[in-house]
Ligand binder design. Structure first.
Ligand SMILES: [Zn+2]
Ligand SMILES: [Zn+2]
Ligand SMILES: [Zn+2]
Length: 479
């Protein structure tokens, strides 16, 4: 059978086809988006204002309860639930209101059959071994279980004496609320007022992430970690970065957005913070640095190390810095700074005595066996390294290179579930923690530095407080 092959178009014909005006005969014009033209799926409806009644009819027909399949992700979407969730302005007051739609997908029939086979006595026995939070979680799994356990479990959870259980339960629902953040003083999810725009700012700047009646009240909870004078890390930021990491970016902030570098206004100290995610925990590193003169008298050492504001160290330290050797180790390291290099002519200008050693001073300082090793606070997951480094001072044209004391602190800030989580509370001095028992030989510093392929030289890890003195401000070692 003979087939007629399509005629090959000439170049001229092909160009004229390509340049032919579109059948609509209209030019594309930019049209400002009118939100009334959006249907329930967020698509622009084609109806014009002339045919508004017809378009409303069409729009109504698109809002039905059948789940839609998202073209891009392939997920089944429930438009009704989407619209209800948009209507929420504050926190969810009623847990049953929130969980009811989630039960729709469960096969209640099958569940009923399984649970009906178990005698009531068994359920009572099971519940006896459960905390109110665990029982509430079980009741949340399906309607038949809720009917078995009873709605009283929500009321029990709401009693003042069960506040901790209520918090434990609500924290587990975190992945359902990307637009909210759990507030511990209120035990409620607050709406994030700066969603996606949250920025870590100095302590002096008011920076509320949600509206909370307790925002400016002093509370017996570690809601902030002191980094350096005038700089703290609010717990809400730990929540934000760990939520984003565990769920999706819309839940919070990327970890690198917390990193900062600043120079203190009231002292010579400069600080650099960075964060790292490791096995569900947020790790912090603060490098604090200040140029230091050799042979400082005791008053000069205090002037260099302590903030005049609150007599805390200028560098970053955990809540246990007063107990143990931290401040003595810094003073010991400072005592190793050599006198600056002086030629014989310079020495003779001062007097007839000369020291030949001062002609060639080695700028690389070796610390002693006391102040060189890494130290770990025995009461919280924090490690310290004190170094004396030869650094460039760009602000001083006469004496460009100077010795500087560098104190690096690494801390494990915990898993961000509650401010009373073991690591966060211990770093703030709110809970007991056995760091030598819990941390492995590699330590927090080793884990943190390994992310950049830097292997810390093998060092002994000594205790910051070898005699385990716990005198706090009453002790004599800290000043
Ligand atoms: Zn609150
Ligand atoms: Zn030393
Ligand atoms: Zn500590």
């Amino acid at each position: 059978m003979a087939t007629t092959a399509p005629r090959k178009q000439s170049l001229k014909e092909r160009i004229s086809t390509a340049l032919r005006p579109k059948s609509s005969g209209k030019r594309l014009v930019r049209k400002s988006l009118d939100y009334s033209d959006l249907d329930a799926e967020g698509k622009l409806s084609r109806a014009t204002s002339a045919g508004s009644s017809a378009s409303k009819q069409t729009r109504r027909s698109t809002v039905d309860n059948t789940p839609k399949v998202d073209i891009q992700t392939g997920e089944r979407r429930d438009n009704t639930e989407l619209l209800h969730s948009l209507a929420h302005q504050g926190s969810f007051d009623s847990i049953p209101d929130f969980v009811e739609p989630r039960w729709r997908n469960h096969d209640a029939k099958l569940g009923n059959e399984i649970f009906a086979n178990l005698p009531d006595g068994i359920w009572e026995r099971v519940l006896m071994f459960m905390s109110p939070a665990d029982a509430a979680c079980l009741a949340l799994t399906s309607r038949p279980l809720r009917d078995r356990i009873g709605v009283d479990i929500w009321h029990t959870l709401n009693l003042p004496e069960n506040r901790d259980h209520k918090i434990n339960f609500l924290v587990l629902l975190d992945s359902y609320f990307p637009g909210h953040l759990f507030c511990y003083p209120c035990a409620v999810y607050h709406l994030r007022t700066q969603k996606g725009q949250e920025k870590l700012k100095p302590t002096i700047v008011l920076n509320p992430l949600f509206k909370c009646p307790w925002a400016n009240e002093p509370l017996p909870l570690p809601l902030k970690l002191r980094i350096a004078p005038g700089h703290t890390l609010p717990f809400a930021f730990v929540q934000l970065v760990l939520r984003a990491r565990h769920n999706s970016p819309s839940y919070g902030l990327p970890i690198h957005s917390l990193a900062r570098r600043w120079k203190s206004r009231e002292s010579e100290w400069s600080h650099q913070t960075s964060y790292y995610y490791h096995k569900g925990h947020l790790l912090l590193r603060v490098i604090s640095k200040s140029f230091a003169m050799p042979n400082l008298p005791p008053s000069g050492l205090r002037h260099l190390l302590y903030s005049r504001e609150d007599y805390f160290p200028y560098f970053s330290a955990c809540a246990h810095w007063r107990d143990g050797e931290l401040m003595n180790l810094c003073k010991c390291a400072l005592s190793h700074i050599p006198k600056p290099k002086e030629s014989i002519a310079q020495q003779l200008q001062k007097g007839p005595q000369i020291q030949l050693g001062l002609r060639n001073v080695n700028p690389i300082v070796t610390l002693c066996s006391n102040c060189r090793p890494m130290r770990r606070c025995p009461e919280c997951p924090t490690e310290y390294l004190i170094e004396i480094k030869f650094e460039e001072d760009r602000t001083d044209p006469n004496n460009r290179f100077k010795q500087a004391i560098v104190v690096t602190r690494w801390s494990d800030l915990g898993d961000g579930t509650t401010p009373m989580s073991a690591e966060w509370a211990a770093c703030n001095g709110f809970a007991e923690y056995d760091s030598f028992g819990k941390l492995g030989r590699r330590g927090i510093s080793g884990v943190f530095e390994s992310q950049n392929g830097v292997a810390l030289p093998g060092q002994r890890m000594l205790s910051l407080n070898p005699r385990n003195e716990k005198l706090g401000e009453e002790g004599h070692n800290w000043y």
